[in-house]
Design a protein around this ligand. Sequence first.
Ligand code: ZN
Ligand code: ZN
Length: 366
Amino acid sequence: MNLYQQRIARLQQAMREVGLSAAVFAPTDNMRYLTGWAEPGHERLIALFVPAQGDPAFVLTSLNVEQARHNPAGIADVRAWYDATGWQETVRQLLAERGIEGVIAVDDEMQSVHLLGLQQISPQARYTAAGDLMASLRQVKTEEELDTLARSAAVTDAVYAECLPLLREGMTERELQEGVALAYKKRGTAPAFAIVCFGPNSALPHHHTGDARLKRGDIVILDIGCVVDGYYSDITRTLAFGEPEAEATRVYEIVYQAHRAAFDAVRPGQTCEAVDRAARAVIEAAGYGPQFIHRTGHGIGLSGHEPPSIVEGNATPLQKTMCFSVEPGIYLPGRFGIRIENIVTVTEAGARYLNADPPATLPVVG
Ligand code: ZN
Ligand code: ZN
């Protein structure tokens, strides 16, 4: 069995344990995880049906049939549907042949029109989100996946280091973003995202990089990542361009301590929410609790955001080789924001960074 066949076998085992009759996947990272193949999704149905027993099957638009036939999982049952007739009859036949009924798990990211169509074909079945099922498989990484994530992280670390000297008074956020893109291109990849924030824009965690110009005393946030061999990287670095206001230096130290507190809380068996609490306790004690407006982190792998979510209410215990971001932040609207993000993996001994260590004090450049 190759890697993908093993993953499908593990999925089927997990499905039988919870009494699912089948799972159906859209062309998402789940499909890529299970088969090594996926296309960008669109209104034409591309679906992978995995029954709890027996062989999986693709049902897809005639446009992608040839590509799907070469899927690395070696799935031989590839059924085309045509624009003139639609996909419903092909799916109806497949469900009948395989005796798929009962509870069907559905890809979290399947388009609602496709799910609604499926429900019309098989109204007596019960439908449930496949998210938890897939998380149980995908959030625990293999050595090979860890290796790829580390290579992806190393590329992003190198891009950050290369872009630091590009900072010039008067340059725009977009110009620095172009520098980031070029640095990725030199390394054979491209930014999956590159958020560049100057001055007060740093107080917006999802700022849209624009035409703001760099001024002395500005706080600068770079939140960048890429995909290497299918796996994401994601770091945030905060620095000051010239001497910043005193509070920024102090806030950086608080965020760094929160980051380290979360890092130190990581160990197998610890819950995700305990890691979030560890970071949050430091920021709350310093009086900035209401300014930490998001979770402490998110899982990472084939998707940029995936389980486990490091958030209050998630009692999932950490397991060895899980990978996630630790990214506490404090945001003072209209003034500045500070966020420090690294990717960690869980080892027997606790957390280990996949990235270079973040600076312990606010770096001042320029
Ligand atoms: Zn990020
Ligand atoms: Zn992140």
